[in-house]
Ligand binder design. Structure first.
Ligand code: GLU
Length: 253
């Protein structure tokens, strides 16, 4: 299987912005093992801004664009250095790809991007992708890594997209507010009701960033699973078809 795995900032870092080492190493070990078992993996990793904030010792995540971009520039190095060292322990070679909106909007650039991805996979390297935050902004860029991961899954003709985050999946109501909210194991079709559950347009953070995740399911071109990255072993459960998270079944056209 060709897998695209997106790892959110909340999975990678503590609230301080420093790397959650225990979880980070468990993730790298699990992903290495999945590659050893013969699967192809592409990572889409967030965390650059948070790690830059931690490394620069800023008191909080900045609001202004230049400081965010500066933090991303510092944090991206730190992040890739950590990946390189951790995956290196298991003899896997990482490759960094930083993507801006033009790189996937302009057909020739998108083709170059796909060609590089395919070549890296053929060389058995592990592509690690993030938005090029130093030149992209929320308004003028791809904007969020759920969407970026879906674009990557589509460009790479992936079999499965996995979004690891700090939520267990899509719920029948907002689990922070409704004790009766139930996890929805499988979504067969993305209807207006499903979009409404995800918070709808205009409230992208209504239920923990669900709107961008449901949108990702609509554009990724393959099955997609949203799962909690708290225990990285959830990746094994997903590959074994266990009932974890929410699986969005690709709509047959
Ligand atoms: N590219 C951002 C970062 O690395 C994260 C964007 C997102 O998580 O949606 O910090």
């Amino acid at each position: 299987m060709r897998l695209v795995i997106k790892i959110g900032t909340s999975t990678l870092t503590h609230a301080t912005g420093r790397l959650n080492l225990r979880r980070f190493h468990a993730l790298c070990e699990t992903i290495s093992d999945i590659k050893n078992a013969g699967h192809e993996v592409i990572l889409v990793s967030s965390g650059a801004i948070a790690m830059g904030v931690g490394k620069l010792g800023l008191p909080a995540r900045p609001d202004d664009v230049p400081t965010k971009q500066a933090a991303a520039a510092v944090g991206q190095c730190e992040l890739m250095d950590a990946y390189d060292r951790s995956f290196g322990q298991y003899h896997h070679t990482v490759a960094q790809l930083l993507i801006a909106r033009e790189d996937v909007a302009v057909p020739e650039r998108r083709e170059n991007f796909s060609n590089t991805l395919f070549r890296l996979l053929a060389l058995r390297a592990l592509p690690i992708i993030n938005e090029n935050d130093t030149v992209s902004t929320a308004e003028f860029g791809i904007g969020d890594n759920d969407t970026l991961a879906a674009i990557v899954a589509q460009s790479a003709q992936a079999d499965l997209l996995i979004l690891l985050s700090d939520i267990d999946g899509l719920f029948s109501a907002d689990p922070h507010r409704d004790a009766n909210a139930k996890r929805i194991p499988v979504v067969e079709a993305i209807t207006d009701d499903i979009r409404k559950l995800a918070g709808g347009k205009g409230t992208p953070n209504g239920t923990g960033g669900m709107a961008t995740k449901v949108h990702a399911a609509e554009i990724c071109g393959c099955d997609m699973v949203i799962a909690n990255g708290f225990h990285p072993s959830v990746l094994y459960d997903i590959l074994e078809g266990k009932d974890v998270g929410t699986r969005f079944v690709r709509e047959k056209k």
